[in-house]
Ligand binder design. Structure first.
Ligand SMILES: *[C@@H]1O[C@H](CO)[C@@H](O)[C@H](O)[C@H]1NC(C)=O
Length: 402
């Protein structure tokens, strides 16, 4: 009797110990400047890129003050871009500056891959973006020669069932130990931050502030990446505030700590999870005014195993769908079957009534979730289909703000 209890406790501790970024990322530091620049308010792509290319590893190009307008920039391995509090780095509104070579950036087509990102970090180690200044993607501004903004183009794509070619703000790929620290990002034409196939990625003290109506403007999307920390960030935007994806390999060991989400589609995992998502901890999160709260979404065309996900100390207010575990979020068919199990909710408080959804594929492949100390508002709707739920919720949440 006693020994089996000990085993159970050890397993629980072991699981808690691995469900996170294994690096235990600490607060980053801004590197010393290799050079300092002041913005003239004019287009300065070449000036900034030359400074980045010439910067010594371990140092950062310091944008000290003023407004810089730029086309695509690449941050080399080991180099930082430091946008200081008095400086703003704005993306050019000329689609030609971002074109991938097919003259499709700023148009609609079937692929949506016609634009380069504003800032690219690729095949790099130890690079980062730092400082209390602002990176503005100018998504709401009219783009040159097109008569619409990037966001209007994205809306247009939706009604015409096509894809918009709009630049992402920051694209990180095949890299190691990449840092975003303190920076404010706003008005991205498309996703704000995507980190793909990257091991070691920290976003710390970052602010994203973009209107809720700006389509496909995800906040931070770690994809097929390992050892990820997103901490002390404030994210409001027009799509997923954070979306953990795994379309191209597994995503594991993710810590989402002490964050605040405003408008957006919520704290998401999916929809691409065919590479597997595991060992994720979301601890101390406030969601206020998002459409979804804690959400795992996939379908049969991009499903996989999502397991070892723990949400702890979460407060949800003014959210239509506070918890959604949905294996059939679209009707797409295929053989990539979603399995969500080992999903744990600890100390979750939902202050406004909403719809809770637990929707597994079948009774033989149900979503498996555990509830500990979950308090929801009376009048909520609880829908569980093909679901194995351990623990209970209480309809006794009170209070008017998180
Ligand atoms: C994650 O971090 C741990 C601890 O630093 C390290 O041992 C491991 O190799 C890292 N994983 C990857 C895939 O880089």
């Amino acid at each position: 009797m006693h020994s089996s209890l000990v085993i159970v406790v050890c397993l629980a501790v072991l699981q808690a110990a691995v469900a996170k970024d294994l690096r235990n990322a600490a607060e980053p530091k801004i590197p010393a400047a290799c050079t300092s620049l002041s913005g003239t308010g004019k287009e300065e792509t070449e000036v900034i890129q030359k400074a980045l290319t010439g910067c010594a590893k371990g140092k950062a190009v310091h944008l000290s003050s003023g407004t810089f307008i730029s086309g695509p920039l690449t941050i080399p391995t080991g180099v930082g871009l430091w946008v200081d509090s008095a400086a703003t780095l704005k993306a050019s509104t000329n689609p030609k500056d971002f074109d991938q070579g097919k003259n499709t950036c700023g148009t609609l087509d079937g692929s949506g891959s016609g634009c380069k990102p504003f800032i690219t970090i690729k095949g790099a180690k130890g690079s980062g973006i730092y400082g209390k200044g602002t990176i503005d993607g100018q998504g709401g501004q009219t783009i040159q020669g097109k008569g619409v903004s990037w966001w209007e183009l994205a809306r247009d794509a939706q009604t015409k069932n096509k894809k918009q070619n709009c630049p992402r703000l920051i694209q990180i790929e095949n890299s190691q130990d990449i840092t975003l620290y303190q920076i404010t990002m706003k008005n991205s034409p498309n996703f704000h931050v995507s980190s793909k196939n990257t091991n070691g990625f920290t976003a710390w003290g970052v602010t994203i502030n973009t209107p809720g109506t700006a389509r496909n403007t995800d906040g931070i999307d770690p994809a097929s990446s390992q050892n990820v920390t997103i901490a002390h960030c404030s994210i409001a935007t027009g799509d997923d505030n954070v979306a953990i994806k795994a379309g191209d390999g597994p995503t594991r060991h993710v810590s989402i700590l002490n964050n605040k989400f405003g408008v957006g589609h919520g704290m998401s995992i999916g929809s691409e999870v065919n590479g597997g998502v595991s060992d994720v901890t979301v601890t101390t999160l406030t969601l206020d005014g998002t459409t979804n709260g804690l959400r795992i979404k996939s379908d049969k065309s991009r499903g996989g195993l999502v397991t070892g996900v723990t949400y702890t100390d979460v407060c949800i207010h003014n959210v239509k769908n506070p918890i959604v575990l949905d294996t059939q979020y679209s009707s797409s068919g295929g053989s990539k079957i979603p399995t969500f199990k080992g999903i744990t909710f600890n100390n979750v408080k939902v202050l406004t009534a909403g719809t809770f959804t637990f929707d597994g594929i079948s009774d033989s492949n149900p979503v498996e979730a555990t509830l500990n100390n979950v308090h929801i508002k009376s009048g909520s709707k609880w829908v569980a289909t093909h679901a194995k739920i351990t623990g209970k919720y209480a309809e006794d949440a009170s209070g008017s703000s998180c």
